[in-house]
Design a protein around this ligand. Sequence first.
Ligand code: UGA
Ligand code: MN
Length: 304
Amino acid sequence: MKSPLLGRFALLLLLPWALLVAVVLDSERGRARAPRLAAPRRPAPLPAAAAPAPAPAALPTIYAITPTYSRPVQKAELTRLANTLRQVARLHWVVVEDAAGRSPLVSRLVAGAGLPVTHLHVPTPRRYKRPGLPRATEQRNAGLAWLRQRHQHLPPPQPGVLFFADDDNTYSLELFQEMRTTRKVSVWPVGLVGGRRYERPIVENGRVVGWYTGWRPDRPFAIDMAGFAVSLQVILSHPKAVFKRRGSQPGMQESDFLKQITTVEELEPKANNCTKVLVWHTRTEKVNLANEPKYHLDTVNIEV
Ligand code: UGA
Ligand code: MN
């Protein structure tokens, strides 16, 4: 007679625990699901009558050329950049180290970046490593040379877009959607640059007619390196267009380069007629290493 009563009593005792376990399990599953929900959404299946969406293979490849040099924040900058670029479809990252060889730090980082990468290196000659001189000239040219070499024996060239992605800027994912449709040379605003909150091409009737800038408005193209993209076709049809050391002042590299491949009238405004900031010329604060010991004190060697 005791056992049915005991059984019911035990059930009453266990029920709240069983419910609790169920709730916890469910929330764990939810957590596991969360990243999948956050992943880029696939387009909903098209209704039968609609035109088929272009296959992903038809997307032009974006070649992002990133010059980079060794300094305390290098790994942090490249990690942040890789985390952005990894989310962009059909993007090929061309990392060009300002160094005599490929460093183990960058080699490891790009190997685990989770996207197609080409890792090049070229050192900046010492005489050009001075404040007030343009940076990354040789590295961007190495990227351009690699791109031309890769495509010169592939007629007709695959559709592609070139973009110079410095390692310290901040890039929205929307920026890559915008630049993907570049026909020749496209332009858009850049935030936090030129001593203002932003610089931008001024657009009238779909054409660039001037520049909103606070710094050297006399520049033929008053635009930062992060403010334009060039189609692969244009790069291949202007094989001599490069960044120049001779006669180039800091801040004029963009103009000097763009002058060789396009005109202001030809520019294609992106980002809603250049009214949206999708990239920021953020600069990392110099790190404080005042308490770093002169000689290695720690018991382990840690890559930072
Ligand atoms: C501005 C522009 O945004 C750059 O595109 C331009 O190259 C630069 O001015 C210039 O003066 O030439 P800023 O933030 O002052 O940018 O330059 P950094 O971000 O310090 O350098 C631009 C890129 O070159 C970065 O990707 C950086 O890693 C690389 N770099 C810099 C080198 O590869 N070697 C160096 O010695 C310095
Ligand atoms: Mn920078």
